[in-house]
Design a protein around this ligand. Structure first.
Ligand SMILES: O=C(O)CCC(=O)C(=O)O
Ligand SMILES: [Fe+2]
Length: 369
């Protein structure tokens, strides 16, 4: 479908600049992608090289790891050690993997997805009561990344719910329509994040005492529920442009509607959920810094869908804002010098907020030596 021209084009541009959410625009009836959402040719999804990872391309499927044995706390448990090895391989090779049998009940996930759908299906005025583009707000309903400055908008609206100890401490303020479900979901996912985070550092050969002493804990949580409405022409726009996540660890419930793609060896590879309960886990920038680049924070993006809306739930786990993050001492020596300088996490996130739009990998460059 072509980009709209002439007066219709101007009308839609006026409408889309005034309107806060892309959902409003789509709900009002949209037959073409407004210019404000059309990406320059080199950023368009046509640059994906694969239609979908299939059995013919197993080399393009991120690993799926069964976490059943991680429930055991015994370090001499052979099945548990096997899971740790699989995690280590996935972290080194991909920086992205899926987990199944992770301990969070499917019913808990489904209840939140249903409640979030109720939130997004409310009249715009109800959603706009929570409007904020500030990522540090306890609760914020936002659109795109930073509509005040970006030349091209992302095709998504997001409900964010935060717990940043020292800034906003509780989850007391999620919208009533999904509050109970948000709290229940966070309870489960947070426990999973704790288990996974330790296991990831165990996969580097560290013992419990070392991890507790040297690896920053991850009490800061940002939850983003992304809503991507159907798009009249997915070839022109992106739900979320290429980025790497800033924190330590991200646990995402993707949706059965596809859209997420990761950049693997220069190719955009779609992520296909292993089953409806699977989470997609990825390492974020602070983990790349802590491991001095051994485990990578991988660039990813979201393409839109022509027919169906898509909704993803991302939980970003990170350190306290005042924490200095640099390579762990045991991972640095003369033959492997530090690649990153110690950086305060608050400065890192501030830089991300103002510079993400300027460059694909600009965020990690902020700490790179
Ligand atoms: O929607 C998705 O699948 C990914 C979302 C994401 O990458 C993010 O919120 O940072
Ligand atoms: Fe992301």
């Amino acid at each position: 479908m072509a980009v709209v021209e002439g007066s219709l084009h101007q009308q839609e541009e006026t409408v889309s600049r005034r309107i806060v959410g892309i959902k409003e625009l789509v709900d009002a009836g949209l037959h073409a992608v407004p210019p404000l959402y059309v990406r320059p040719p080199h950023e368009r999804p046509a640059f994906s090289l694969l239609a979908a990872p299939t059995a013919d391309h197993p080399q393009y499927c991120i690993p799926t790891i069964d976490l059943t044995a991680l429930a055991s706390d015994r370090r001499d448990d052979a099945a548990r050690n096997q899971v740790i090895r699989e995690l280590g391989c996935a972290c080194e090779e991909w920086g992205f993997f899926q987990v199944v049998n992770h301990g969070v009940e499917l019913a808990v996930i489904q209840r939140l997805r249903e409640a979030a759908r109720r939130f997004f299906n409310q009249p715009a005025e109800e959603r706009m009561r929570f409007h904020s583009q500030n990522f540090r707000s306890p609760v914020g309903y936002s659109t795109s990344f930073n509509p005040a400055v970006e030349k091209v908008r992302e095709w998504r609206d997001t409900l964010s719910i935060n717990r940043f100890p020292g800034i906003c401490n509780g989850f007391q303020e999620p919208p009533e329509i999904c509050k109970k479900e948000v709290q229940e979901y966070i309870g489960g996912v947070e426990a999973l994040a704790g288990r996974l985070y330790k296991a990831i550092y165990e996969s580097l050969g560290f013992d419990k005492e070392y991890i507790e002493r040297e690896v920053p804990s991850i009490p800061r949580l940002l939850m983003g529920i992304n809503y991507y409405p159907p798009c009249p022409d997915p070839s022109l726009t992106l739900g979320l442009s290429g980025h790497s996540d800033v924190s330590c660890l991200t646990i995402l419930h993707p949706d059965v509607v596809p859209g997420l793609e990761i950049k693997y060896k220069g190719t955009w590879v779609p992520v296909v959920p292993a089953d409806p309960s699977a989470f997609v886990v990825n390492l974020a920038d602070q983990t790349e810094i802590l491991t001095n680049g051994k485990y990578k924070s991988i660039e990813h993006r979201v393409v839109t869908n022509g027919e169906k809306p898509r909704m993803s739930i991302a939980c970003f786990f990170g350190p306290l804002e005042e924490t200095m993050v640099g390579p762990l001492p045991t991972l640095v020596d003369e033959s492997n010098p530090p690649r990153y300088k110690p950086t305060k996490f608050k400065d890192y996130t501030d830089n991300f907020a103002s510079n993400r739009l300027l460059s694909d990998r600009g965020t990690l460059d902020f700490a790179r030596i």
